[in-house]
Design a binder for this molecule. Structure first.
Ligand code: ADP
Length: 630
């Protein structure tokens, strides 16, 4: 038989180290859950033996001395112990359900926390998302990962307890002697025979799960194919379920691209696929052999115990005790071995999770606090800043020098791809400069506490998103909000009329994801809500990245000129590739291929007829009305 290769053989020490780490992680998030699960494991493993032992005693008494007092005690003990076990079991279950449920949520919570705390550079890196998607797919397909660090590990402990309990009740099976009067059956007393029978039992007990584990390892071997097939089929589902895609799908019959992959008979989940061949061949054989071997074991136990009883070594009651106890020991051993196999098979999946959780935060985190100033006197300066995106060789910004005057209006203009958004991302320290330095009140921004530093900016990014939650919650970015302030911000942002018309006001849900009463909003309205959100934060810097996707030039110009009023005493930065939107600004910086090539007011820049601004202005002027271009 061909040996199935698991990519890298991990040592047992490593496997248990990773399991312990996974369990500690769950314990950190849900300490009570881990405790209750342990209680359940111990309880489930040991309680069956109470019944086995007491019933054996009862049968022996019935077939032996038949002492009425002892019989009474035994019957009461059986009834009482069964009742106590049942009650405790119900209580444990309730406790388990109440506080220990939602493991899936806990795991999602762990991954979510990691993503939220990751450096933005890593969030931007698609390989991080792919890694998380792989982890989630592994979890959905076979519970691989943290689930298997919990359940099988507990099964392992439970199996050990089960073996221990069963072994205690089985010792006398081997020590009780068949009387000499039993003739040839006295051979059962011979130590070599006992040794042989123990070896046979252990061998069969090992063989059944070993075969089953070997069969299970085909899943691990095929995990990459499964993962890809799962991704494709979930993509197929997304194609069918996403409203935004529905028109193109119908227009170009795009579903056929994916259906080719997900319905191919030779595909992973189909009858002619590679996995189906394993199931029909060696994997199927191994599984069936495992089941057969288990039955042989039961046969051997019955023969041995019955022969000893036949020879007179013990009574009928003990026969039931020994058979039940040995079957339990063997069941425990089988669980132990198959669980060990599962834990080994789970090891690469767990490694993947830790690869994700161990992604380091490389951005330097300073400890300086940003002083809260009523006068908003924060001066930010870019000093000879150059930048290239991680993994890219190309400079996107080169030698940028810029100082923001407090309370001023700065426009950043330039063609698409000239580096405007990147400039803002550096300002907000989503990335650190490759060369040069950014200063806040004369101090390198890296030295400030990051969260503190972020508090001085409100940015309406180009690709902002609103949540399908209540309008008020969206504006306040929180569940609790000041309704008067939210309303004020919405009115300032130009959403006042629409707000008045909403029957539930700030409590209205945006979109219909969670409720049919939710409202659909246009791109322009979404933009206004996003602006209100920026205003609610009340940060000293307010930045508006070009809302070109949502707005036409006229609407953009309208929002920008209105924004000039509502920005008040804040330092405002406007970004646009449409020059007309920004001409009211005190200063305009013209970006071209990552460099600031011109700076000045609209009239100054327009006066330079050889400059880029003049060229861009004239190129764009034809799109606007006469009134706007002058
Ligand atoms: P603008 O805002 O002026 O349109 P951007 O700052 O978005 O320009 O982009 C400037 C350049 O940086 C473009 O060439 C763009 O392709 C590149 N760029 C933007 N984001 C990334 C990224 N995450 N990784 C690599 N290159 C990027």
């Amino acid at each position: 038989m061909k040996k199935v290769q698991v990519e890298k053989r991990v040592t047992w020490a490593e496997i248990f180290k990773d399991i312990t780490r996974a369990r500690a992680l769950i314990h950190k998030y849900r300490p009570q859950m881990v405790l209750i699960r342990w209680l359940r494991v111990i309880f489930d493993a040991l309680t069956p033996y109470v019944g086995i032992y007491l019933s054996a005693q009862l049968i022996d008494e019935l077939t032996g001395a038949r002492d009425p007092d002892r019989l009474k005690i035994l019957i009461w003990s059986i009834l009482l112990s069964a009742a106590v076990i049942a009650v405790v079991s119900v209580l444990l279950n309730r406790w388990l359900l109440k506080s220990a449920d939602y493991l899936w949520h806990t795991i999602q919570w762990i991954y979510g926390d990691k993503m939220l705390r990751m450096d933005y550079t890593d969030i931007d890196d698609t390989s991080r998302h792919e890694l998380l998607e792989k982890i989630n797919q592994n979890q959905t397909t076979g519970g691989w990962g943290i689930y298997h660090a919990l359940y099988p590990f507990e099964n392992l402990v439970s199996a050990l307890l089960q073996i221990l309990g069963g072994a205690v009740l089985t010792v006398t099976l081997f020590t009780s002697r068949v009387p000499d009067s039993a003739g040839s059956l006295t051979a059962l007393n011979h130590p070599l025979f006992i040794l042989l029978i123990v070896i046979i039992m252990l061998f069969i007990t090992w063989l059944a799960p070993a075969l089953s584990n070997r069969a299970g390892s085909y899943w691990v071997k095929n995990r990459h194919q499964h993962l890809m097939a799962n991704r494709l089929s979930s993509c197929y589902f997304k194609l069918a379920s996403q409203k935004e895609l529905a028109t193109d799908i119908r227009m170009y019959r795009q579903d056929t691209i994916y259906s080719k992959y997900v319905r191919d008979k030779k595909g992973t989940f189909f009858s002619k696929g590679e996995f189906a061949k394993y199931a029909q061949g060696s994997m199927g054989f191994l599984s069936s052999a495992s089941a057969t071997v288990s039955i042989i074991f039961t046969g051997v136990v019955y023969v041995f115990v019955c022969l000893k009883a036949w020879g007179g070594a013990f009574g009928i009651g003990s026969v039931t005790q020994y058979i039940a106890a040995i079957t339990a020991v063997s069941g425990g051993m089988a669980t132990l071995i198959s669980t060990m196999g599962k834990l080994r098979n789970n090891a690469p999946f767990l490694k993947l999770i830790f690869e994700f959780l161990d992604i380091p935060n490389n951005m330097y985190q300073g400890s300086l606090t940003v002083e809260k100033r009523r006068d908003r006197d924060y001066e930010v300066e870019f000093r000879d800043v150059s930048f290239k995106y991680p993994g890219s060789e190309q400079y996107v910004l080169r030698h940028v020098n810029m100082k923001f005057k407090v309370g001023s209006r700065l426009a950043v203009v330039g063609m698409n791809g000239s580096g405007k958004t990147t400039f803002i991302k550096l300002l907000c320290r989503l990335y650190d400069p490759t060369e040069g330095i950014i200063l806040l009140n004369g101090i390198d921004i890296r030295k400030y506490n990051y969260l503190d530093y972020m508090m001085i900016f409100s940015v309406v990014f180009q690709d902002f998103r609103l949540f399908a939650l209540k309008l008020g919650e969206n504006v306040a970015s929180g569940r609790d909000y000041d309704p008067d302030l939210v309303t004020e911000c919405l009115i300032k942002a130009g959403f006042g009329d629409r707000l008045k018309a909403l029957p539930d006001g700030l409590e209205t849900y945006l979109y219909k994801d969670y409720t049919p009463e939710g409202i659909d909003i246009s791109g322009g309205e979404a933009q206004k809500i996003a602006i209100a959100r920026a205003l609610y934060k009340d940060a000293p810097f307010i930045i508006l990245d070009e809302p070109t996707a949502a707005l036409d030039p006229i609407a953009e110009a309208e929002i920008y000129s209105k924004f000039n009023d509502i920005a008040g005493d804040k330092t405002a930065i406007y970004i646009s590739h449409r020059l007309s939107s920004c001409k009211f600004c005190d200063e305009i910086a013209v970006f071209h291929e990552g460099q600031v090539i011109q700076k000045g007011s609209h009239s100054e820049l327009l006066a330079d007829e050889s400059g880029k601004y003049f060229e861009l202005w004239n190129a764009q002027a034809q799109y606007y009305t006469e009134k706007e271009t002058t």
